[in-house]
Write a protein that binds this ligand. Structure first.
Ligand code: PMP
Length: 382
């Protein structure tokens, strides 16, 4: 159960619930911790962002951050955790540069929304062939489900298969079963998963994936750090042109300090990880995230004004896009919700409508406030 005050204070000292997709809400206690330590980090007389990343004080920060992340996701010993820069979009290129140096030069991609589209396009620049092996685009850019494994037209010899397990813009979420991962591994390929927008929202079995990656700026911390969880056997297949700073082997062997890491972002990620552990970890998050998502989707499904088009088994627990059946009310909805302290509900420009992102740091009170607002708005206007 989430405890403590987690409502960020808005400019007028009214509580504001921030539904932004990215960069997103951080736990208030984390922001307060940062503030307390900002000018004098652990008695050093300097801030954490002014000290050597190789000194003893910072080494402890990055080590603790890595270890807490490992504990939260129960990451097996044969996986490395890398903290890098360049975001998930950077990894779209960094991944092929690290994985296509071997005999296999084909990259398969499953498409279920805008982010996997981007990933496939970037892979195609480096791979000999980069087929789309399944695609849930309805032909007009709408995605309402994740293509199930039995529809994937897998290449006989792919180096890896790109999946994005939570499509932030389209609100489609899906996890492969152990059977899917076993079948992919048996064919000599491996799953490479973009989990940018739902990492740590519930327990996962890391051993089902070759690589898991994402930007930090949703469930982990501020923008600036990218996490990569990679199995050891995938560390030595670099393309000859892979930049050194992005070479997973070099980054791993240098404890994510081959070049200067984004020290401030990593420190804040560490605070978020500790906050998460204090809440009960990913199992506790799953319970609360399911409750939050159920509240919001039920409210949408039981209304005549609001609509979410994603099929139920694939609805994201983190990003909830929804539409008003009377679109002429959109502007009024956004203005009045903002005035009610419900910030950043405007949908992504690709899909329009509204989107509520309800990441780990969004307390259930925020979702209750949103639902109450939506119901009252419908009663008065529709
Ligand atoms: N993948 C997903 C699923 C995302 O949500 C985003 C950003 N919203 C990206 C990739 C791109 O991440 P970045 O901006 O860190 O490169």
């Amino acid at each position: 159960v989430i405890t403590g005050v987690q409502v960020s204070e808005g400019p007028f000292m009214n509580p504001v619930f921030n539904f932004a997709a990215v960069p997103a809400v951080l736990p208030l206690t984390v922001l307060q911790n940062m503030q307390e330590e900002l000018l004098d980090f652990k008695g050093t007389g300097t801030s954490v962002m002014e000290m050597s990343h190789r000194g003893a004080v910072y080494t402890e920060v990055i080590t603790r951050t890595r270890e807490t992340f490992r504990r939260l996701l129960n990451i097996p010993d044969n996986y490395q955790v890398l903290f890098m820069q360049g975001g998930a979009i950077g990894q779209n290129a960094i991944i092929p540069l690290n994985l296509l140096g071997g005999a296999r030069k084909t990259v398969d991609t499953v498409i279920a929304g805008a982010w996997s589209v981007k990933t496939q396009k970037e892979a195609a620049r480096y791979a000999d062939t980069a087929p789309i092996i399944a695609n849930s685009d309805d032909g007009e850019g709408r995605f309402t489900y994740y293509p199930e494994f039995d529809t994937w037209q897998r290449s006989t010899e792919s180096a890896y298969i790109n999946i994005c397990t939570n499509e932030t813009i389209h609100g489609v979420e899906w996890y492969p079963s152990a059977d899917v991962s076993a079948a992919v591994e048996a064919s000599g390929s491996t799953l490479v998963a973009d989990m940018s927008s739902h990492i740590l929202s519930r327990p996962i079995d890391v051993s089902q994936y070759g690589v898991i990656y994402g930007g930090a700026q949703k469930n982990i911390g501020p923008a600036g750090v990218t996490f990569v969880i990679v199995r050891n056997d995938l560390l030595d297949q670099q393309h000859a042109l892979c930049p050194s700073a992005f070479n997973w082997r070099l980054v791993a062997d240098n404890d994510s300090m081959y070049n200067t890491p984004p020290t401030l972002s990593i420190y804040i990620a560490g605070l978020v990880f500790e906050w998460l552990e204090a809440q009960g970890g990913t199992a506790a998050m799953a319970t609360i995230n399911d409750a939050k998502a159920a509240l919001l989707y039920d409210a949408i499904d039981n209304s005549s004004l609001y609509r979410n088009d994603v099929q139920k088994p694939y609805r994201s627990c983190m990003n909830v896009p929804f539409f008003l059946n009377d679109e002429s009310l959109n502007a009024k909805f956004l203005e009045q919700s903002a005035n009610a302290g419900l910030a950043a509900l405007k949908g992504h420009k690709m899909v329009g409508g509204m989107r509520a992102s309800i990441y780990n740091a969004m307390p259930i009170e925020g979702v209750r406030a949103l639902v109450a607002f939506m119901q009252e708005f419908e009663r008065v206007n529709y």
